[in-house]
Design a protein around this ligand. Sequence first.
Ligand SMILES: Nc1nc2c(ncn2[C@@H]2O[C@H](COP(=O)(O)OP(=O)(O)O)[C@@H](O)[C@H]2O)c(=O)[nH]1
Ligand SMILES: [Mg+2]
Ligand SMILES: [Zn+2]
Length: 309
Amino acid sequence: MQKTNENNTMGTNLGLVISYFGNSVAVEAEDGQVIQCHLRRNQALPVVGDQVYFQLENSDVGVITDIVSRRTLLARGDGRGKMKPIAANLDVLLIVMTPPPIFSEYLVDRYLLAAELSNIKPVLVVNKIDLLDSESKQAINERLNIYRKIPYPVVLSSACTQGGLDELTEVLQGQNAALVGPSGVGKSSIIATLSNSDLIRVGEVTAKGAGKHTTTATRLYHLSNGSDLIDSPGVREFNLWPVTKQEILGGFKEFLPYIKDCRFRDCQHMVEPGCAVQAAIADGKISAKRFANYQELLKEAYVPSHQKK
Ligand SMILES: Nc1nc2c(ncn2[C@@H]2O[C@H](COP(=O)(O)OP(=O)(O)O)[C@@H](O)[C@H]2O)c(=O)[nH]1
Ligand SMILES: [Mg+2]
Ligand SMILES: [Zn+2]
């Protein structure tokens, strides 16, 4: 492996995709230099967080030649039955919400499922906690207890007062994370606050020939503790890529210990007699709200054509 070197435009270099602009990709080389790279025709599309090989064409423009195989890949549905990759090599998914009316178990459960299916550790973050009186704080805590019990890590934070941010740094432990959630919940503010002033702002790159800055949507930031944080644009809804009923069930991990006790092996956990999942709901061991969201997600499940009637 050769290091990035302006004199060696033919060598292959390793870099990290930090953002997209237009049709090209900003790649941070191992020496920290940011190179605008374009893609070859028929080249698989890299995403932010990807390690890529690239060749320099001149001192600051290159071409991506390959993508290093990904440890993990966060994706969403593109609305047309296909998977649209969002970010690669994440260890942690920070699912950022704010207190009601924004907070939504439905959206949280979709993100949790996506994280589980992608082998990315989810952390639920409720930001803007500074805006709450003690009564509202108690109310949101009760809703969050469902998630603490599963258990998922839950952090109450404030990018304004810095409350909860130490806790967030602790759960990150220098790992790579993306912040997802609705627009306006404070994802960018959390990154800015976590990084204090020592945010290593990755180089602004102007798309050559375009004549103007192209604002990028998803972007990677380095923190001094070794974490990379990926800021993604907010989405009101989060569509999953095509997932089967079996995969959806697998993502609701607190249901799994009960399933083996259902009377029928092909139990759908709806109305069957002797259903251990329904019994666990009745006992308060499984949240009825989580189960309702599970059922909603099942309606969108992908059914392989050989299973269709
Ligand atoms: N009160 C309060 N406002 C916040 C907090 N975090 C962010 N904001 C404000 O919420 C707005 C949206 O924040 P931004 O970081 O752009 O949200 P994003 O769209 O999720 O990236 C901005 O006006 C922030 O100043 C917080 O913890 N408390
Ligand atoms: Mg933002
Ligand atoms: Zn059952």
